[in-house]
Ligand binder design. Structure first.
Ligand code: SAM
Length: 197
């Protein structure tokens, strides 16, 4: 366990040094507690980065399996290395591809969307058929570092304004989606949990 703790610290330090966005501590606590409480045993993650959240989710319980998708080769290779170091190759499946090109048959208890923030609706619609009845779709970064709460004119960059608009559209999409009960949590960078009715 001490070994695991220092390996996790190493992954977090690497992410910081290389400027790779990974879940913040209270976000990952929320996610792993949710997994534990809801007895989640299978997870599909969109956006592996270097495998940090996939490893943290798999470590909640030895019965949990995670499939995770990453389109950036360097990050995918780093995730592969990290998953091997944790000896989780039999429980974490890494897919190197753009998630929008991936079609899966398998069903999961939890789908965790943590990839390109402008494309969350697409990811949701593409993978919702992979969700078990009663399963949950969880999305991170709905506050987008506080920018979503700001007035548009306060955001100087045009690109960022566009991105924030898309995150707001995604929030409305979740609120209006009658097939799911969605709750929003002011934890980490803003997390939604959508439970399939
Ligand atoms: N879930 C990771 C964690 O907390 O450890 C962090 C993921 S990071 C916020 C988002 C990742 O999604 C990036 O590494 C990015 O390359 C990847 N990504 C973005 N769009 C993607 C897509 N369409 N398909 C696959 N990966 C994508």
């Amino acid at each position: 366990m001490v070994g695991n703790y220092s390996m996790i610290r190493k992954i977090k330090e690497y992410a910081k040094k290389e400027n790779i966005p990974i879940m913040v501590d209270d976000g990952i606590d929320f996610l792993t507690t949710f997994i534990l409480k809801k007895h989640v045993s299978s997870v599909l993650e969109i956006g592996t980065a270097i495998g940090y959240s996939a490893i943290m989710m798999a470590m909640v319980d030895p019965n949990i399996r995670v499939t995770t998708i990453e389109r950036d080769e360097k990050r995918y290779l780093e995730a592969l290395k990290n998953v091997k170091e944790f000896e989780l190759e039999d429980r974490i499946t890494l897919i190197y591809n753009d998630a929008l090109n991936v079609r899966l048959e398998e069903k999961f208890d939890l789908i965790f969307i943590d990839a390109a923030k402008a494309q969350s609706i697409k990811f949701f619609e593409q993978f919702e058929h992979n969700l078990n009845d009663g399963g949950a779709i969880v999305t991170d970064n709905l506050k987008f570092h506080g920018l979503v709460a700001k007035k548009e004119e306060e955001i100087k960059s045009r690109n960022l304004r566009g991105l924030v608009r898309k995150i707001k559209n995604y929030i409305s999409f979740l609120e209006e989606n009658k097939k799911y009960d969605t709750e929003f949590f002011d934890v980490g960078d803003g997390i939604s949990v959508s439970i399939k009715k």
